[in-house]
Ligand binder design. Structure first.
Ligand SMILES: Nc1ncnc2c1ncn2[C@@H]1O[C@H](COP(=O)(O)OP(=O)(O)OP(=O)(O)O)[C@@H](O)[C@H]1O
Ligand SMILES: [Mg+2]
Length: 239
């Protein structure tokens, strides 16, 4: 993977401001209706993540990791409890308020990538910059795609990219704004060891250079070990 220009050359997102934790979760629960009545996917969980901390969320398949991450990012609605991002109670905001907060402060890498099918790799990565009105969006997006080893795939549409390539576009899209909060769901799940290592390096660089708070869902013990802290979730409960 070629080395691109430093991350410092990209458009920075709005940094976290106050003295409060980056993330404060209390009594957060998710229940859904199912055939037999009610299914609890996440039992009341409480934890705090300080600014610039790196946290791994680990646990078996189906334990509730993606559900928790989606709730932390304001992408889902909880059945109970609160999530404070940089002191802001995100579920006290309406959808538009949450979207604005995500745009300003959050990068999110979905387990299923969620690229926009009608946009090229480059356009997918330019989008969050354009939404912010950042200057030099094209150059910044190209440089980030170079950093994830996709300089020769800029004009490809997602359906013509391999799984690992799509994952790297999704990562580039989340990193390109240098968000103070970076949430990634299995960010290296579709990557070979060398490419995965380069992506991990990039994430921890964002953490070091910009004090980004990282929350990573992973099955990869090596990646979890590099995080400052690991929480384990089993059947919707924190251990
Ligand atoms: N909207 C929903 N309705 C019903 N069940 C759901 C819903 N969303 C998630 N679940 C169930 O909740 C459980 C937790 O799902 P989740 O996607 O959070 O798991 P995960 O820990 O991320 O698993 P994996 O490691 O396989 O990605 C699963 O059993 C899933 O089937
Ligand atoms: Mg998952």
């Amino acid at each position: 993977m070629p080395d691109g220009p430093g991350l410092a050359s990209s458009a920075a997102a709005v940094p976290l401001s106050g003295a409060q934790p980056a993330i404060a979760v209390s009594g957060l629960a998710k229940r859904v209706a199912d055939a037999s009545g009610e299914l609890t996917i996440l039992h009341e969980v409480d934890f705090t993540v300080q600014k610039a901390e790196t946290l791994a969320i680990v646990g078996a398949s189906g334990s509730g990791k993606s559900t928790l991450l989606g709730l932390l990012a304001g992408l889902d609605t909880p059945s109970a409890g609160r999530v404070l991002l940089d002191g802001v109670d995100i579920y006290a905001l309406d959808e538009d308020g949450r979207a604005a907060l995500r745009k300003e402060k959050l990068g999110f890498v979905f387990q299923s990538f969620q690229l926009l099918a009608h946009l090229t790799a480059l356009e997918n990565v330019m989008l969050p910059l354009e939404l912010r009105g950042a200057t030099h969006a094209r150059e910044k997006a190209e440089s980030m795609l170079e950093r994830v080893g996709l300089a020769s795939r800029l004009k490809h549409y997602p359906k013509y990219l391999s799984g690992g390539e799509q994952q790297r576009v999704a990562l580039a899209r989340a990193f390109v704004t240098e968000p103070p909060l970076l949430f990634a769901d299995e960010p290296t799940g579709s990557l070979d060891a060398a490419t995965g290592e380069a992506v991990i390096k990039l994430m921890f660089e964002l953490n070091r250079q910009h004090g980004s708070t990282l929350v990573l869902v992973t099955h990869d013990q090596a990646m979890a070990a590099r995080c400052g802290r690991t929480i384990t979730i089993a059947a919707g409960r924190l251990l």
